[in-house]
Design a protein around this ligand. Sequence first.
Ligand code: SAM
Length: 289
Amino acid sequence: MYNLTDVGTIKEILARHGFHFSKSLGQNFIINPSVCPRMAAESGIDADSGVIEIGAGIGVLTAELAKLAKKVVCIELDKRLLPILGETLKDFDNIEIINQDVLKTDLAALIKEKFDGMPVCVCANLPYYITSPVIMTLLESRLPIEAITVMVQREAAQRLCARVGSRLSGAVTVAVDYYARAEKLFDVSAGSFMPAPKVDSSVIRMDIRKEPETELTDEKMFFKMVHAAFGQRRKTAANSISSGMGIPKELAARAIAECGLPPAVRAEELDMRELSQLSEKICDLLKSC
Ligand code: SAM
């Protein structure tokens, strides 16, 4: 079995296959030996679990997941990595690599086809250029998954795991909290990767809620309002909502007043209950216009 965190081994394998890192595919492979075993151990998987990994690289995390789970299906876009993975993961019989773009993959169909009723988790060191679309697709598609454990840039981790109603919260914080319970597991320094990225990273875990965090009559309107409210962070919620949603300022201000909120309140000061009340109120006022 290869030591996939040993720099000499990695360089030898990559050179033999004529592989060069692609910056545009976010290829920074983990070389810190403690990171992948810890990620796999803290991702909520066990011997009965199926795991979806996004981006195998040379298989360093894939191998750790395969040691703990029943089956690992990894979606890897870069076909140059396939012969390398064929070599580095040859000792495992519970790994399947799919050469596809994760953003073009029908994940619901994949889960049905590959995991046959197993509890499924996602675990990945995400290519940073697709962090948000991947996380939002995983959450919004309401896939039958238990948890999502991902390595993301430290700054993104802070926003994803922030408390709704705190300074660091944003539209993505609200979206994540609506679908999942998010927590930071641990930090990972830039030097843990080859090549080293410019920024540090963190591993976060999102446990999918069985029921959404708050009851909403109009989910689409709620997220439209949330995006508008956080769209211009320096403005008051009333101003951002009015310009972002294209509704009269008086209507936004009236909704805020009727929810018992201060006129100059900002989006980041509103918790989940207040945000949902506000969107319900805006719906009611728009209907009665
Ligand atoms: N898991 C490996 C590790 O931890 O060392 C590699 C992680 S590296 C940050 C991201 C991986 O995602 C690369 O192997 C890259 O080729 C792959 N990738 C990039 N864009 C992708 C996409 N749209 N769909 C699937 N895989 C992608």
